[in-house]
Design a protein around this ligand. Structure first.
Ligand SMILES: *Cc1c(COP(=O)(O)O)cnc(C)c1O
Length: 365
């Protein structure tokens, strides 16, 4: 048994998502790039590389990691590059996608002949969270003004749109794409490629893969473009757990189990989006509020049911700990950083990274 806390990536579960991605690529002709901002644990890139076309990024560090650890096609994107970064970005990228016309104008002379792209903002999105809605009013994410975009089309070979967010509803995706086509269709016909970004939950159970693939293929055919998808969460959904141990059980007006991990440090999105962790099975006669061991009063994973009373030393496994977890982990409270382990396809568990006091100390100076 491995030590906790630990992020445990299950390669067989990951491969189920990757199989779906490969099917969509085959049926539709799209290329699929892993969005590194969601998941950048490069120890499993050996598996992912066989099912995906490359990576996309949101910073210089990410594009460099994509080039060095994943390989294949490497897209660079950033909300804003700094002057001192752009040459290094270009050195690691196959395409550079700019977020604004201002950035495109500023840097298109320095891309050394690489194809460039521009992000468009369609003004509609599927996000249920204002903080994660790229199409909210006054958004800085992408250009909207068709006339201004048209003037700059000669400097780009493609366009990127990212307006889905955990969207498991194919009809909503389809309708929004229709609106986008009616708005930007004339621009699409004048470029070589269009990226539809990430946020489409097409690896989830029951998603209509055939209809989705047909829709993507029709889009590519009508506009004469190579379509890209940039899955982050969809590529890794449900493929890892956060393995923890109960370190204290406290009973006040409620029963609490304190575990050797923390929402704020190890599953930060639970706090940002005010959600509960997932645990399975979640049934039995004994209810506990499972809490983190940081000093944050609201460091709560959720209330779960157990078949037996919990005791110190019991293991608790929290689900869906791949996307937006390891990339966001931090040293708040100096808490023990979860190790990273991989359950290989043959069932063997291998720890690929353990963190030490020195890692904590060197994260500051
Ligand atoms: C965040 C992001 C992605 C990945 O989104 P997921 O919801 O993780 O699939 C892809 N492309 C861009 C531009 C993004 O900002």
């Amino acid at each position: 048994m491995f030590d906790t806390p630990c992020y445990l990536i299950d390669k067989s579960r990951l491969r189920r998502n990757l199989d779906t991605i490969a099917t969509v690529r085959e049926k539709s002709g799209v290329k699929a790039l892993l969005a590194l901002k969601c998941f950048a644990t490069w120890s499993v890139f050996d598996l992912m590389r066989d099912y995906m076309d490359g990576t996309t990024s949101s910073s210089l560090n990410e594009v460099r990691l994509g080039r060095q650890r994943f390989g294949k096609e490497t897209h660079a994107y950033s909300v804003a590059y700094a002057d001192g970064e752009i040459d290094a970005v270009v050195a690691h990228a196959d395409k550079v996608i700019f977020n604004s016309i201002s950035q495109l104008e500023r840097f298109s002379g320095r891309v050394l002949g690489l194809p460039c792209g521009l992000r468009l903002n369609p003004g509609i999105s599927s996000s249920n969270f204002a903080i994660a809605d790229p199409a909210q009013p006054f958004s800085r994410l992408g250009e909207m003004d068709i006339e201004k975009i048209e003037v700059n089309l000669e400097n780009v070979s493609g366009l990127m749109i990212h307006n889905n967010c955990d969207n498991a509803d194919f009809d909503l995706f389809d309708r929004m794409l229709g609106v986008i086509e009616s708005r930007f269709g004339p621009l699409f016909r004048r470029v070589d490629w269009v990226s539809l970004g990430g946020g489409i939950h097409f690896t989830g159970d029951g998603y209509p893969i055939d209809a989705f693939s047909d829709r993507l293929k029709a889009f590519a055919d009508v506009h004469g473009v190579q379509v890209y998808l940039e899955p982050g969460e969809a590529a890794v959904t449900q493929s890892a757990t956060l393995e923890t141990t109960v370190v204290d059980v406290v009973e006040t007006d409620k029963k609490f189990a304190v575990i050797d991990a923390s929402t704020e440090a190890h599953m930060l999105d639970l706090l940002i989006y005010r959600q509960h962790a997932e645990m399975a099975p979640d049934s039995g006669d004994h209810a506990y509020t499972v809490c983190g061991r940081s000093c944050l009063a609201g460091d709560v994973f959720g209330e779960f049911r157990f078949p037996q009373p919990l005791g110190i030393g019991d293991r608790i496994s929290l689900r869906d700990a791949a996307g937006y977890t390891m990339v966001k982990k931090n040293w708040f409270n100096g808490l023990t950083m979860p190790a990273i382990a991989i359950r290989e396809l043959d069932g063997q568990v291998r720890t690929v990274r353990a963190f030490t006091y020195e890692d904590y100390e060197t994260s500051l100076s």
